[in-house]
Design a protein. Structure first.
Ligand SMILES: [Zn+2]
Ligand SMILES: [Zn+2]
Length: 226
């Protein structure tokens, strides 16, 4: 069986990325995570390559023809490992779902046989699993307020997004990540992580308040920022 680049990338891990980038890999990935870009505009998929156009440099990932299991990367501006390549790896590690790289375990039912409701349930479960298993850091804009804006940073990829927590249910909160914009679920792993985390930080009494009585009407209409 031949493996495709997408197969390969869907199983790509942080450790592999560090190894590929060499001794400074960790730093490159973290720095690369700071780049802000539009997946739709700046990512190109070919039959056997992935390309990220950062403006100042273009990074191409492909499989080595002589050893299809190992990944090759090239930057148009640098001859060695660089933060541009770090940006490509950080994106792939962080955005598997929105890049179409999620690999559902084979024992799960094929999506075609499920009802719409089941598909949605599955998609949320997938994100909730990521929220549980990925290391993220949550910073509140106002520590005393539950219904406020949070910055969430992925520990490994260094990518930061903004979560506006406005309610517990799907569709009530917002996240600036590409997955949230695209998935139409009204939630994402960042929102799910934030919800879990604030429930630990705030006591039950506060948690039981509905969003409206906590004076959260403020910045809803200003989010996402123009
Ligand atoms: Zn470079
Ligand atoms: Zn998100």
């Amino acid at each position: 069986m031949t493996i495709t680049l997408k197969d390969r990338l869907s199983h790509f891990t942080y450790r592999e990325a560090c190894k590929l980038l060499g001794p400074e890999g960790e730093r490159f990935i973290r720095q690369g995570g700071k780049y802000d870009f539009d997946i739709g505009e700046q990512v190109t998929w070919g039959e056997d390559f992935f390309r990220l156009n950062l403006g100042e440099a273009t990074v191409t990932l492909s499989l080595k023809p002589e050893n299809p299991k190992s990944l090759d990367f090239a930057c148009s501006q640098c001859s060695e490992s660089c933060e541009h390549a770090g940006a490509a790896f950080s994106l792939i590690l962080e955005e598997k779902l929105s890049l179409g790289l999620s690999a559902p375990p084979p024992e799960k039912q094929p999506v075609e046989s499920l009802s719409d409701e089941e598909v949605i349930k599955l998609a949320i479960e997938e994100r909730s699993e990521r929220a549980k298993n990925e290391k993220m850091q949550l910073k509140s804009m106002n520590r005393h307020e539950l219904w406020t804006d949070y910055t969430i940073t992925s520990h490994f990829s260094g990518k930061s997004y903004r979560v506006a927590l406005r309610g517990w249910k799907e569709g009530e909160s917002y996240c600036s990540c590409p997955d949230f914009r695209k998935n139409t679920l009204g939630t994402c792993k960042h929102i799910l992580y934030t919800i879990d985390e604030v429930k630990k930080r705030f006591n039950q009494k506060v948690v039981n308040y509905p969003a409206a009585s906590c004076g959260a009407s403020n910045s809803l209409k200003n989010f996402p920022p123009p």
